[in-house]
Design a protein around this ligand. Structure first.
Ligand SMILES: [Mn+2]
Length: 319
């Protein structure tokens, strides 16, 4: 990897569209590192209106929405598919990621599906390559770690997760700042939306599946935005009997956005891959261009039920 990075004249770091703290945190940490050796580095994101809760990340004010023509190397972070980059670029590309569904679209792919966040993939890369992690880098890497683990509540957290957290806090990551920005800075609109969504949530399939549907009217009446829907679907999964939570949200310009959460019994990424999406075993997403909330919800419910039945049968066979 370094043989590609060292001679590059203009490197572009790409966070995916509608970035979260993992994607943007990774790109920001890498930006800090590259400033030591390179004069031309661009921090790029195709989305114009980035969640302002992420503005505590270092170099947030450096984000550019124009892809530079002179780029001779691009590095993407946390982008499971080429489409998520939000641009057309066919040059040299390093792909850092942890999605099990990653399409390996890079000319070089550095993917670890066992890593809990892309910032973990990066942290391990820095450590292996003997690269000093300064306070800014530590904070950006830590932000991605707590975002992707929902502040260490993900059952997949392992000793390596806590070792990484321990070391990043020692290196200068600010736990209070990250937690407050990512978990304690809700807008009133997002809380109103969450309460309405949970109020209208349907529990089906013997209490094993929660379904939440959101249309544009609900977003407008609460003043919330699409990314605010995430909190309710995560909450739905916390119900004792629920094994899968499905969110189907109507998009402004046609099509629907789907988010699927699983307690790990069913593979969410596998299901949404059939619908052009991807992600992880416990969290996956897709944007479906054709169809309405009802039709997509119906199609997906069939796949979810089949997957749950299949795991039940496997469990009986193993018992
Ligand atoms: Mn991630």
């Amino acid at each position: 990897m370094r043989e590609l990075i060292d001679p590059a004249k203009h490197i572009v770091l790409i966070a995916h569209e509608h970035p979260d703290a993992d994607s943007l945190g990774s790109a920001c940490a890498f930006y800090s590192y590259l400033l030591r050796s390179h004069t031309k580095v661009t921090l790029f994101c195709a989305t114009l209106s980035i969640d302002q809760n992420l503005s505590f990340l270092p170099w947030f004010d450096k984000i550019s929405h124009t892809f530079p023509e002179s780029a001779d190397l691009a590095i993407s972070f946390d982008c499971g598919s080429y489409e998520r980059l939000g641009i057309e670029y066919r040059g040299e590309l390093i792909n850092f990621d942890h999605h099990i569904s990653n399409e390996q679209y890079g000319t070089h792919n550095c993917i670890n599906p066992d890593a809990i966040s892309t910032t973990q993939v990066l942290y391990e890369w820095f450590v292996t390559n003997d690269i000093k992690i300064n306070g800014k880098m530590a904070n950006a890497l830590y932000a991605g770690l707590i975002d992707d683990t929902s502040c260490f509540s993900d059952p997949q957290c392992s000793p390596s997760t806590f070792m990484m957290a321990h070391s990043l806090v020692q290196l200068g990551a600010d736990h209070a700042q990250c937690v407050n920005a990512l978990f304690n800075s809700h807008s009133l609109a997002s809380l109103r939306l969450k309460s309405k969504m949970l109020g209208e949530m349907k529990i089906v399939h013997n209490g094993r599946v929660a379904v939440l549907e959101v249309d544009q009217a609900l977003l407008e009446s609460t003043g919330a935005v699409l990314r605010d829907c995430k909190a309710a679907v995560d909450k739905a999964l916390s119900l004792k009997t629920v094994e899968a939570a499905l969110l189907v949200a109507q998009l402004k310009h046609g099509g629907v956005k789907v988010s699927l959460r699983s307690n790990g019994i069913m593979n969410a990424a596998e299901i949404l891959q059939k619908f052009g999406g991807g992600g992880h075993r416990t969290r996956a997403g897709a944007r479906i261009k054709e169809g309405t909330c009802e039709s997509v919800s119906r199609d997906l419910m069939d796949s979810i039920k089949t997957a749950l039945e299949l795991t039940a049968r496997v469990n009986i066979a193993l018992a």
